[in-house]
Design a protein around this ligand. Structure first.
Ligand code: AMP
Ligand code: MG
Length: 341
């Protein structure tokens, strides 16, 4: 398949992207979180093609993107009161909410679930494409399934060239990790995936929110997965990655003691690089969880480009946006954790 490369800054590019989607095609589009692979959420054939293009397992549902509160009535059966509060506070923005789906959303989109994930993105290019197509857009991350999510146009080209109808360049993504996901399918709202909107912020807005066990821990065989995406291996570079927990001093000492291992790289904070005797890839300042989120996926891809074989990643903290960074990194490490004390 020929893939059309578009530049959102050029006249007519957004309209071209919307036209392709209206005809049932697939377009990778920028959002503030990561790039999404967008198709008409009402079209079962187009949505099935998203799964094919990404190599995504059929039981991992898609997030549906809207560009106004009016649009939501075609997507969900009803909006719970607490979801209305969160929409008021965090939309447009990096928050996805799970609610009972409407009959218009085909089962392929929701992966046979009675619920659907909905988000109203703040990125102006994403908003314009949804608006011009006049449709809610199903859009999972625009990467090949299993690889780190794409935060630049170049990442999308690397993964999806020849597999989708078009990719539109809207520059690098400012948030850098996928949206926070909260489910209203149960009595108490549940945080299924941490993101830029933090657990602390959600609780401040609506009170009790429970934390799905899969956010920070590996689920045992047979444990119920509330968010199907959480059970798959994710974000992994080709190297074997271990997540190292401990202070900066402990981390630097540990990595330097292993410096002669073949193909070793430290995935570290900016402040640590000068003290390390190995190759390093930095993923932001120790003191900025927002910067760590913005840089993480690019850093994971850079490790592949540099031929890393063995990676020791310094663990971020697990509060605030750090919870989102930790959630992605522990999966990139396949839950292999080294605790220093
Ligand atoms: P992605 O768009 O690639 O970030 O993946 C979407 C994420 O949303 C996956 O982890 C899905 O499991 C999750 N998700 C989407 N719809 C639902 C739903 N109806 N119930 C639970 N999780 C969902
Ligand atoms: Mg994804």
């Amino acid at each position: 398949m020929e893939t059309l490369l578009l530049d959102a800054k050029k006249e007519g590019a957004v309209e071209t992207a919307a036209e392709i989607i209206k005809k049932g095609g697939l377009v990778a589009i920028p959002t503030e979180t990561v790039y999404g692979l967008a198709a008409n959420a009402f079209d079962p054939v187009a949505c099935a093609n998203i799964f094919k293009a990404k190599g995504r397992p059929g039981d991992n549902p898609l997030i549906v993107h809207i560009c106004s509160m009016d649009m939501i009535s075609d997507v969900v059966e009803e909006v719970p009161e607490k979801a209305k509060i969160l929409a008021e506070k965090f939309w447009p923005g990096p928050l996805t909410m799970i609610m009972k789906k409407s009959d218009k959303i085909p089962l392929v989109t929701s992966a046979n679930l009675p619920t659907v994930a909905v988000r109203f993105p703040s990125h102006p290019v994403a908003q314009k494409i949804i608006e011009k197509s006049g449709l809610p857009l199903a859009a999972p991350s625009a990467n090949l399934s299993g690889s780190p999510s794409p935060t630049t146009f170049e990442h999308c080209v690397h993964d999806l060239m020849g597999r989708v109808d078009a990719i539109i360049d809207g520059g690098p993504c400012s948030v850098g990790v996928e949206s926070t996901i909260i489910s209203f399918a149960e009595e108490t709202p549940v945080l299924l995936r941490p993101g830029y909107v933090t657990l602390e912020q959600l609780m401040e807005a609506i009170g009790e929110v429970s934390l799905s066990k899969a956010v920070l821990e590996k689920l045992g065989a047979g444990e119920k997965v509330l968010s199907p995406g959480m059970k798959y291996k994710h974000y992994a570079p080709k190297a074997k990655v271990s997540l190292v927990k401990g202070s900066s001093a402990q981390y630097v000492k540990y990595v330097n003691e292993h410096a002669n291992e073949h193909g070793i790289f430290a995935l570290c904070f900016d402040e640590e690089a000068p003290m390390l005797k190995t190759n390093t890839v930095c993923y932001g300042s120790e003191y900025s969880d927002a910067q760590q989120a913005e840089r993480l996926f690019d850093a994971l891809r850079e490790l592949d480009d540099l031929g890393a074989l063995r990676v020791y990643a310094h663990s971020p903290k697990t509060t605030g946006i750090g919870m989102a960074v930790y959630n992605r990194l522990v999966r990139a490490a396949g839950f292999d954790i080294i605790t220093l004390d």
